[in-house]
Design a protein around this ligand. Sequence first.
Ligand SMILES: [Zn+2]
Length: 396
Amino acid sequence: MKKMKILLPVMLFLVLISCKNNDFIIDSKPSGKDSIWHTFKIENEDIRVLEVNSKYFLSDDVILTKDQFNYLSYYNAEKKPKSLIMTDFAKLWPNGKIYYTINNNVSANLSANINSAINWLSTNTPLTFAVKSSSNSNFVKFNSSTGNNSLIGMTGGEQLINLTSDASVSTAIHEILHACGIHHEMGRNDRDNYVTINTSNIYSNKMHNFNKVGVLASVDVGIFDSRSIMMYPSKTSDASFAKNINQNIITANNSNIVISPNSYPTTTDLLGINMLYGNEKPYLDYTVTYNKIFEDGLSGSYENEVICTFTFYADKAKTIPYIKQYPVPVVIENYSEQIINRVPDIERTYKQSILIPAGQNSFSTYGKDYIDREWGDIYFLEKSGSRPIYPSTHYR
Ligand SMILES: [Zn+2]
């Protein structure tokens, strides 16, 4: 069977950004006689998970579902491609809409703080919130508890955000952002360039708070932000966390940098949230160039290298370059048409997730096409190309 196909590199970028902790957040203190430590080797980084009573703590305040835990196990054992694990690891809320309910054990005070957090995020981010109705099966339930913690991403069904009775608006925002799929800032891949984790001052059973969860993602958004609401503070007052609470648990490599989580999401936090949930609609232009790299004189078959250059614009007329300071995920639909004896035969399409790089509106991908010509048939490339699919950022 003779065929022509275009192979463009498939890039699956899944996105986890970073996350943080205020003093008051490092307090869920998972403990218990039945606790088990699991260590997974992912991208040469140790990811520690504490299992307590069938709950899986990726950090003190981030709980994994059994499925997510199993992904780590499977990745650890099988060396699955990173993109694959990320695809399913933390799911986004469709269209950035989060349905919620507030448990009746929540005090009026805490309820007011939760509502302030929701209002702030509704005003300043693409996220929207609505009180759950009976038809909403996936929702967050705010619950008054002895610790502050959340699952990571939308897990499906009811998922708790636990908050202590004195939890602040900041803490509520922090935990909501976990539920939106956002990780701790000090979990970024590049954090060692900016900070030093003072492991000698941290109890070993707290080291999972410094998991480099960035290895589960492809992108760190913006530069490392020591003021991120998802960053842990340099010191903690929690004596079960730091051996000496007067000494740092995290020290900035540059003494001019202050490690102090902001009470509200910073500009770089907002970039990250926008990257995950912004409803960006750039316009795509593309060019495809072919360079023959192989030809079989006998059959007439040949092989091209194919360079597809994508350029994005903010306007339909394609005059204003679309440039953001954060990577914008879009889904591209690639299509190709097979021509047999000059008669269009099959049009193939497939979807490809790509990122528009931060600070750029153009980039190229490389691939190959194969054109077979044998006696009696002529197969050649008639057209190929790509178009963006919207909503652009909700492909996970
Ligand atoms: Zn956290």
